[in-house]
Design a protein around this ligand. Sequence first.
Ligand code: FAD
Length: 314
Amino acid sequence: DPKAVLRQSLLGVSRNKAVRTTITQAPVSRSVVARFVPGETTDHAVSACSQLGSDGLLGTIDFLGEDTLDLQQAQATRDAYLTLLAELAESGLTENGRFEVSVKLSAIGQFLGADGDRIALDHARVICEAAQLAGTTVTIDMEDHTTTDRTLESVRELRTDYPWVGAVLQAYLKRTEADCRDLATEGSRVRLCKGAYDEPASVAFQDKAEVDLSYVRCLKVLMEGDGYPMVASHDPRIIAIAGSLATRTLRTPDTFEYQMLYGIRPKEQRRLAATGAQMRVYVPYGDEWYGYLMRRMAERPANTAFFLRGLATR
Ligand code: FAD
């Protein structure tokens, strides 16, 4: 499958330092990055959210950054979330959890040696406390498979004090159907996505059709369960199946939501919201856009072409 080859090589090449330097220092026109990342500052993020809010959409905001090996950077990321939550609250955007935040544990210290999990958990608690004060929620993003157990364990700990903390499960992992069963409990917010990392065949389905089938099996478990499913996908077939599963399981629109990424299928986002469904947009912001953008390129050759065209036509 040529798409799978492109995906793997992009994810592989994106880890190369020279490539990273070339791309991040290239005078990429702002409009190219801006299609997926509305800006670098808190103000950019808040004004993007205001716009989404006035279009009837919900949001979850991600301060970009991942895999930090530096305690100060982890603290700075935690503080960026605190500033963001305060500004969102001030703009009235956090009411009823309309705009929440998404956090990567690797960005707030998970990899800082033997104490990493504890450091990330402490930072996450501070963010959760601020979110609670602001009247909203937090979802903990899921990263590559080597972190799944640690991340789920941290989410479990956070939920003892903040039961509304959201977890993310990735349908490409073979373990995920079982994780869905464990997490489909009363009050449990679970975002189901296909998965964005380059994972080995020992743990993950490699074939796109297999990933899609796994997604549907997992979604069925979540929709039939007692939790709050968050259907994170741009895939028209998945969206349609989610709608019929919701009908079949007698779910009302307030008992689950759709989620899509900022800049991807924006018309469809608005169409779904207009049907009365809850549609939450994932809004990444900040200057650490490289890893995020590379995963979006790997997902879709058209995104890569769009990006390269932007580079070439400067
Ligand atoms: P794909 O199989 O990539 O695409 C299926 C179809 O969707 C395409 O055939 C096309 O019809 C349509 N489509 C896709 N992209 C476009 C486009 N640019 N324009 C038009 N149509 C398009 N991954 C993680 O690993 N961890 C996370 O924590 C995580 N959080 C996420 C949060 C949200 C809200 C979302 C939406 C995704 C998240 N992801 C996360 C990424 C996810 O795992 C997938 O990599 C990504 O969503 C692409 O998968 P897809 O379901 O959209 O389907």
